[in-house]
Every structure is written in C-alpha cells, then in structure tokens.
Design a protein around this ligand. Structure first.
Ligand code: HAM
Length: 441
C-alpha cells in the first residue's frame, strides 16, 4: 500500500501538463482530422488493391545500421538497451520492417505484393514546421516487380492519395531523380566513393544555402569537373543534361516514368537533379512530392525504387518500389489550401432530460436508438435544459431532443438540428430514419 503523505510538510512538485518535446497530444478535434486523413488515404490506396499490414514499434537496432543512412542511424534514432541486454530501436521508418516481413515469408507470399500501413515513427529531430519527433506515415510498397509499370503505379497511387484529400494537380509537384543517373554522373566526373558521398550531402542541402555557398562547398570536393557538376544541378529539364548523361540507363528510366505518367494524365511530375533522398537503399527512380505553396518547404511524400534492401536478409533480391507520406506535412498542406474538414462529434443525438421523473423513458429511448445503430448521449448532469443543450452544441453534436412529461405522454419528440435551428416532431420509431437521411448515413 502507498503510505499517505498527510501534512508531512514536504512540498510535492506538481507534474507538468506538457507532452514530451516534439510529440503531439491528439485532442478529439485533432483526432478527427487525423482520422479523416487516414480514412482518405486508406480508400485511395485500396482502390489500387493494396492491403494493410502492421508491426511493432520495437525493432532490433541493427535493422537500421546497414541501409537507413548515416543521419537517421547516428543522430535520429531512439535506441535503448532492454533488460536482456539487447539494443532496441523505436522504428524511425517502416521500410526495413516491411522488407524483413516480406523476406521472412517470401516462399509463401503471392508476388507481386501491394501492401500498405500507417505506422507511427520516431526520429530525434529538432521540432519545427513539418518535423516532429513522432509522426505517422502512410507507407505504400509494391514488392516483386522490376518493371517501370510498378514505378508508374506507385506514383499514380501517390497522386490518388493527394486528389482524395481534395488537392488539385496545380497544388503540388512530383520531383523525380534517379540513383543510377546520379551514379553515372559521379562516374563521369571521376568521383571517388567518398567524393560522391560528400557531393550527395551537399546536393541535399542545396535549397538551404546560397548559390555562392553551394559552389564554394562544391569546389572543396571537386576540382576539374566542378563546372559540370554545377551545371547539372541547375538544369530544369532532362534534355539539358550533358550528352553522356543522356545515354545512361538512369536517364532512360526517368524519361519513361515521366512519359507514362503524362499518358495517365499526371502532368505535374518533373525531373529535379537535387532530389537525393537520405537513405542508402534506393537503387533507381527516386521522388518527392512538394506543396506548390512555398510556405510548406518540407516534402509531403518521399520514396523510390529499392531493389537491394531485401538482400540484407538471407535469400535473393526482391525488387521493390514505394513511398512514405507523412501526416504532419499532409495536415499543413490541407490547412494551407483550406482543405481541412470541419469538426463534428461522432455522437449523433443528445437526449436531454427535462424532468427527473422522465429519466427512465429517456433511457429507454436512447437504448432503442443505440440498438438501431445510432451514437447517442444521454444526459447525466442533471442541469437546466438550456445548459444541457448548450453542452451538446459546444460538443458539436448535430441533433438534440429533450424528454419531459409531455413527450412521455404523447410519445412524440422534438428533434432539433443545432446547426440551423430547424425542428421536427417525430415518434420514437421514426427518429432513426430521420437521422439517417439528415446525416447521410
Ligand atoms: P522519408 O522521406 O524519410 O522516407 O519520409 C517520408 C515522408 O514522411 C516525408 O516526406 C515527410 O512527409 C514525412 N516525415 C519524415 N520525417 C518526418 C518527421 N520527423 N516529422 C514529420 N514528418 C516526417 C521514408 O521514411 C522512406 N522509408 C519512405 C519509403 C517507403 N520509401 C520506400 N517505401
């Protein structure tokens, strides 16, 4: 038993009500938005036949060491040692987990697999607009196809997710690059692996520094090929790349991807030589989706082809392509474009008790409506009728009715719509169909 600390004179420090830095509490209004976003995402990806999977937030730390990229592993993971001396990481991304799951059952699974999940992920980042320490991320991945049609489909799914959230094609842009093209360019510029690594990091920072700083830092890494590098990083269309680059496999892969997207009516995809993606596992086309409004600088989606990741585990390679779309940046996008849904309670009807002698009848009515599938709140506050209605209104419950002696005697109830003030008098067994039509259930 916990001993009572009555007037011991020891002042107990009160706890802070703030959440841990960089994570969010989801009050019902926030949860409503999150649920809306996830519902739309689920519907959009399921249209293409993707099925949902899940996994634990805990993974062995080694899962991320080989391929997740230096920044994530060394600076951003939450890693601890458990009571059995194992190093455990709170997953910072879902891709290694899903690759592990696919490889574990590769003999039984019917490829190609179209899988999705909406996990929460943890990264020790500096919290800022578009960046949190915990975020949720829609992950959509296609395993078992090397074909360009898989890359095209993945971007069509990304596009469908955006339109299901109300975005128009001019509201966002798909920026595409290719790892093979980047490797070929670096080869043409005679880069060593270390120079290539340094250049990749510099390119990743390009939009955060001035053109002059970019060039100066480039000169520290490269010498004779510096002009070629600067020129390549500033081209806006593929055709402007130097001739050697236009003969590479990576170049051809981007061209087919962009052309196939255009054939499907997706005209907001373009080549962007500065897309690098921080992860080491990408092998082919890579892409990020950006808000056309510069207020949101952070990418909404990021992904690409990663044909070698599965080979980290025992067994053969399994080609794969996919993306992750974050809830924080998507929410910012919806806010910026006026696409956030208006909050409404999941309760449909508030039954106020006007007179305590009528409580049993009110209870009976709420039971009847719940058994008909409605979400009903029965008052328990014993407050004045006006106050009960005010509560219902503040909780954004769409309909209210009051049960008093008159209603019990007549069996007829006045159902009030709190948004427009309109009223309808109905018998108990008519209420359900009325709510269904009014709420489009
Ligand atoms: P990523 O680019 O690290 O890719 O993340 C994808 C998206 O998640 C980003 O575009 C961004 O919207 C969101 N995001 C990432 N970090 C944060 C954060 N700290 N706070 C808020 N949102 C964030 C990946 O994670 C890859 N594993 C995606 C993938 C799936 N590639 C292939 N399949």
């Amino acid at each position: 038993m916990i001993p009572e600390n009555k007037d011991s004179g020891v002042s107990v420090k009160k706890l802070s009500v703030e959440s841990y830095k960089g994570v969010r509490d989801f009050y019902p209004e926030d949860m409503f938005v999150q649920k809306y976003i996830f519902d739309r995402m689920r519907k959009a990806v399921e249209k293409f036949g993707y099925v949902e999977y899940g996994a634990s937030v805990l993974e062995p730390a080694e899962l991320y060491r080989a391929k997740s990229g230096e920044e994530i592993v060394n600076e951003q993971t939450y890693t601890f040692t458990d009571r059995g001396d194992r190093e455990v990481t709170l997953r910072p991304e879902m891709t290694p987990t899903v690759a592990r799951m696919v490889v574990a059952k590769r003999r039984e699974l019917p490829f190609p697999l179209r899988w999705y999940s909406i996990p929460n992920l943890f990264r020790y980042e500096k919290p800022q607009r578009g960046r949190m320490r915990e975020h949720w991320q829609l992950n959509v991945d296609l395993f078992g196809s090397k074909n360009i049609e898989a890359d095209v489909e993945i971007l069509c799914v990304a596009n469908e997710v955006m339109s299901s959230l109300g975005a128009k094609s001019g509201d966002f842009e798909i920026h595409i690059n290719n790892r093979k093209l980047w490797n070929s360019l670096c080869e043409m510029w005679k880069c060593t692996p270390l120079q290539q690594q340094k250049l990749s990091k510099l390119v990743d920072r390009k939009n955060k520094i001035s053109a002059k700083e970019f060039e100066e830092q480039g000169a520290v890494i490269l010498s004779s090929y510096l002009p070629n590098f600067i020129e390549a990083m500033n081209v806006t269309t593929l055709e402007k790349l130097e001739k050697g680059a236009r003969e590479t496999e990576g170049y051809k892969e981007i061209v087919s991807l962009i052309q196939d997207l255009e054939k499907r009516g997706i005209n907001n995809a373009r080549f962007d030589p500065t897309i690098m993606r921080g992860f080491d596992y990408y092998t082919g086309n890579i892409f990020e989706v950006f808000d056309a409004n510069p207020e949101n600088r952070r990418s909404l989606f990021g992904g690409g082809r990663y044909d070698d990741l599965a080979a980290l585990f025992e067994g053969d390679k399994i080609p794969a392509v996919g993306f992750g779309a974050g809830d924080v940046t998507v929410r910012d996008f919806l806010e910026t474009h006026g696409l956030l849904p208006a909050y409404g309670s999941s309760a449909q009807l508030y039954i106020a008790v006007q007179d305590e002698t009528c409580r049993d009848s009110a209870e009976q009515l709420s039971g009847q409506l719940r058994s008909q599938g409605h979400n009903v709140i029965l008052d328990i506050a014993h407050k004045k009728l006006g106050d009960q209605i005010k509560t219902a209104d503040r909780q954004k419950i769409p309909f209210v009715t009051a049960v008093g002696a008159e209603e019990v005697k007549s069996g007829a109830y006045r159902i009030k719509n709190l948004a427009d003030g309109s009223e309808k008098i109905l018998k108990a067994d008519e209420i359900s169909s009325y709510l269904k039509t009014q709420l489009a259930l």
